[in-house]
Design a binder for this molecule. Structure first.
Ligand SMILES: [Zn+2]
Length: 894
């Protein structure tokens, strides 16, 4: 959750069609700190790590193309000691070497003006091996089978950390060829972007020389080394490998097969074959939480890549496929063609998110990929940040446009948020369905062919899509990518068959929001008929000849990034037509109804009346939407007097589905049923369902003596319920299991369960684990957030974090440092905490945290207001339901 200043949008008081459109890529106009007079073309970098001292020594030569005479060279370096520098063989004086730590710049004053043309810079330097995933970092882990404690190395350079590994022009527009050489112990395997070219035994280990990369951005470099092993296959000319720590590579079998399938799909879709000789998928047992698309050497947090059929869940399998498909889409969109500057990060991330989901859905229709993208199914998983979560952030005062100015490193790191990923993804999906799949793909192929090995801006993509479709894509897109927020379309019908449509900005907890308009590619259908499209380009529009007695559904299949608010008559017709709507449309209605409640356009009864009228079903995505809302309300109510009554009501809504699904796998059930079963067990457990809690305890007891008695799909849910209501003995049992296992996935399940314990004595036992080496560093810091969220004791979690902030922040990566403290406040719903955060931020947090602090303050205010508003509405709805079902008819207000 990293967001930037959004000041410029306040100026859009008058919306015309003339949102200033962005220019196509031009090297000299690309933003950045580095002068564009000198361009590096070829790097040769040699690194010698010292694993005991956690330092490294490095040398490099850089071929430069000097385009205008210069007196100094300016490049990036951070946490590096520059020991010597020379230009064209002439050593510079020590006094000519200046490091500006604040701006992360290295300036070399030259003895005389450097003429235009080719020159060679040579540097000798020393750096550090970090604990957290920034630059070169180390990971300590237990080896599979032996349990021995081992250390390995990995790298993480996006957005601005290649400069911690070697001095470089560390802005994406400075594409160059990189040739890496590294010295590692004899029994290590070293991996980089390109295949090994030579390996030579030298004193103290071996020197591994990798082939040079094609021209690419510096942040895409990778270096991983350790006691590793691999499995491999081929796809045409491409060598495919999965690499993991010793004893684990075989668990990469599933990922290796998926890699081949995805590669063939993308080779065809993009119309340009994967250009490198090899593609490595590398599992890291720590360091960072997600995955990184380094060209030819993608790194993954271990449980995002490795699948153990004996102990991994179906959910893990789906997650792996989707993350693979996302990172592999980047090999083209991001690596082969790269955004010119971080203000266009969405080009990388929105596109890879959309493409990854499209590819995953294509090969795995049973997973309901698009539907389940609607809402966060597991907030602890970064890949699971979903469309609904993005729309929730985008409705707030703290949102920002998809494209936003980026000036500093902190701002570049802040750009990796759900707006960039998921709003970008949603917009592309809406655009694809409006232009048509084939036309859209043609546009993408043209774009790839025209910009391979180059950089682009968003305008280049729109131009390609406009040419392919003959439609003004840039004009449609501007409102969605250059302004914040999104619209709600209000639907009003009359008896003559005319439907009037009005658009306005949809906001939550944001009064006096600047009014904005969008060009909305609408898709609508009379229920049961073929959908039609309408590009809504003004505030008011209309549709005609809709039979007044037939239900009308807008945003068909929920493919659009907007809300719809129906008038009373339309809503009633929709409720009557629910059984004729597909699951996509039912999920869309649920999401819209819930959002109208959040923003106080409707009472909670609107949502629950819809839930009540839904036909009985075990459709995963539909039930998960309901679980998501019930879980949100349950946590919001906390241990207030209303909670017990609400829990009883919520259980009554979920029980019938669980009774239909049952505890045991049925031989012919859909794959999605396993997910639903696990979700229902966890949800009913959280809602304190005595039967589910008792059953989980029994199954856990059986698991302790015979692990095979509990199906892998059920383990996370059963452990979480057992952990939630654990006594000290049970907590210790879970802890022992967590300490013992060498599987990162299993370990996470156990520690997640520990973090959920609601007994405050146990909360105080769980938190200090974050300071130990029991979990990989990135996961250890997340434990505190998890306790804050799951235990119902965010106060104890915050007290702990405040007292240990320095140690916790030392384990955070570049993306986490600004968000960590503010995010711990987002679990509070009492106004007094807002003042506490303000004071804490003023005295302790860097300026770069400011926007995160605003977001947390907004969340506290929203929760506090919503809680007050919701409690009496729930009370009335639940009681009203008991007295007379039909008495309450909840409709949106207008
Ligand atoms: Zn990505």
């Amino acid at each position: 959750m990293r967001i930037l200043l959004l000041c410029l949008m306040a100026e859009f008081s008058i919306m015309s069609s003339a949102l200033a459109s962005e220019k196509p890529f031009s090297f000299k106009d690309t933003p950045g700190k580095l002068p564009k007079d000198v361009v590096p073309t070829d790097y040769a970098v040699r690194i010698v790590p010292d694993i005991d001292k956690l330092t490294f020594a490095g040398t490099e030569t850089v071929k430069l193309n000097v385009r205008r005479r210069v007196c100094q060279l300016v490049l990036n370096a951070l946490e590096l000691k520059i020991e010597a520098a020379s230009i064209d063989g002439n050593e510079l004086l020590r006094s000519a070497i200046k490091i500006d730590t604040k701006n992360e710049l290295l300036t070399l004053a030259l003895p005389s003006e450097l003429p235009t043309g080719e020159h060679t810079l040579a540097l000798r330097f020393a750096g550090i091996i970090n604990q957290q995933g920034q630059g070169l970092f180390y990971m300590r882990y237990q080896e599979q089978g032996t349990g021995a404690r081992k250390t390995m190395l990995g790298s993480q350079f996006e957005a601005t950390d290649a400069r911690r590994f070697f001095p470089c022009w560390d802005e994406p527009v400075f594409r160059a060829r990189f040739q890496l050489t590294a010295v590692v112990p004899d029994n290590w395997l070293a991996v980089s972007n390109m295949p090994v070219e030579s390996e030579d035994k030298i004193a103290g280990g071996k020197e591994v020389r990798f082939a040079a990369t094609p021209p690419m951005s510096s942040y895409l470099n990778v270096f991983v080394a350790g006691e590793l092993e691999s499995i491999e296959s081929r796809s045409g000319p491409t060598q495919l490998r999965v690499i993991a720590t010793k004893g684990k590579a075989e668990m990469g079998r599933y990922a290796l097969q998926a890699t081949g399938q995805i590669l063939r799909y993308y080779n065809d879709y993009f119309g340009v074959a994967y250009p490198l000789p090899k593609l490595d998928q590398i599992a890291l047992p720590g360091g960072f939480g997600g995955a990184m698309e380094n060209w030819g050497g993608i790194t993954y947090y271990e449980s995002k890549l490795l699948f153990d059929p004996k102990s991994s869940s179906e959910e893990t399998k789906q997650d792996i496929y989707e993350v693979l498909a996302h990172e592999m889409a980047h090999q083209w969109f991001g690596d082969l063609v790269t955004m010119a500057w971080w203000d266009n990060l969405w080009l990388n991330e929105g596109f890879a998110s959309w493409m990854g989901s499209k590819c995953t859905a294509h090969f795995n229709p049973q997973w309901e990929v698009w539907l389940r993208r609607e809402f966060p199914r597991n907030p602890s998983r970064r890949a699971g940040i979903a469309k609904e979560a993005a729309m929730e952030s985008d409705a707030r005062s703290t949102t920002h446009p998809i494209q936003q100015p980026v000036a500093t490193e902190a701002e570049a790191n802040s750009a990796f948020d759900d707006i960039t990923y998921k709003k970008g993804q949603s917009f592309l999906r809406m655009l694809e369905s409006f232009l048509g799949d084939d036309v859209f793909r043609e546009g993408i192929r043209d774009y790839m062919a025209a910009h391979a090995y180059l950089n682009t801006t968003t305008a280049d993509l729109w131009n390609a899509l406009s040419d392919a479709s003959g439609k003004p894509v840039g004009e449609i897109a501007a409102g969605w990518t250059q302004q914040p927020g999104f619209p709600v379309v209000k639907v009003k019908r009359d008896q003559r068959g005319d439907v009037s449509l009005t658009q306005e900005r949809f906001t939550v907890n944001f009064t006096n929001a600047p009014a904005l308009e969008w060009k909305i590619p609408l898709m609508y259908a009379v229920v049961g008929e073929t959908p039609a499209t309408l590009l809504m380009t003004r505030k008011l529009d209309s549709i005609h000849n809709i039979p007044p007695d037939r239900a009308l559904k807008l945003n068909v299949n929920g493919a659009g990034n907007y809300r719809v608010e129906y008038d009373e008559a339309s809503w009633k017709l929709l409720l009557e037509a629910l059984k004729n709507l597909g699951v996509e449309d039912r999920v869309n209605l649920l999401s819209d109804a819930w959002s109208l409640v959040q923003t106080n356009r409707a009472p909670i009864g609107l949502y629950f009346e819809l839930v009540k009228k839904l036909p009985a079903s075990t459709d995963l995505a539909e039930r998960e939407q309901i679980i998501y809302v019930l879980d949100f309300i349950n946590r919001l109510l906390g241990d207030s007097s209303e909670q017990e009554k609400f829990q009883r009501y919520a259980r009554s809504l979920l029980r019938p589905t669980f009774d239909a699904v049952g505890w045991e796998t049925k031989p012919d059930e859909k794959a999605a049923t396993a997910n639903l079963r696990a979700s229902l067990i966890a949800a009913l457990g959280n809602l304190n369902d005595p039967k589910v809690v008792a059953n989980c305890r029994e199954r856990f007891k059986a698991f302790l003596t015979n692990p095979e008695s509990l199906a892998p799909d059920l383990r996370p849910a059963v452990f979480s319920v057992v952990g939630r209501y654990a006594d000290e003995k049970t907590w210790n049992e879970l802890h022992q299991l967590g300490l013992k296992t060498t599987s990162v996935e299993e370990k996470q399940n156990y520690y997640d369960a520990l973090a959920g314990a609601i007994d405050s004595k146990l909360v105080k036992k769980s938190l200090p684990i974050a300071l130990t080496d029991e979990l990989p560093t990135s996961r250890a810091v997340f434990l505190v957030l998890r306790v804050a969220r799951e235990s119902g004791h965010p106060d104890i979690a915050w007290d702990f974090a405040r007292a240990n902030m320095k140690a916790l922040l030392a384990k955070n990566d570049a993306l986490g440092a600004n968000t960590y403290a503010p995010s711990l406040f987002t679990f509070f719903s009492h106004g007094s905490r807002a003042q506490e955060l303000r004071t804490y931020a003023k005295n302790n947090l860097p300026a770069a945290s400011a926007q995160e602090v605003l977001k947390a303050l907004d969340e506290i205010r929203f929760r506090s207001e919503f809680k007050k508003r919701l409690a009496p509405q729930l009370d009335a709805w639940i009681d009203g339901k008991k007295v007379a079902d039909s008495r309450r008819s909840a409709v949106p207000h207008h």
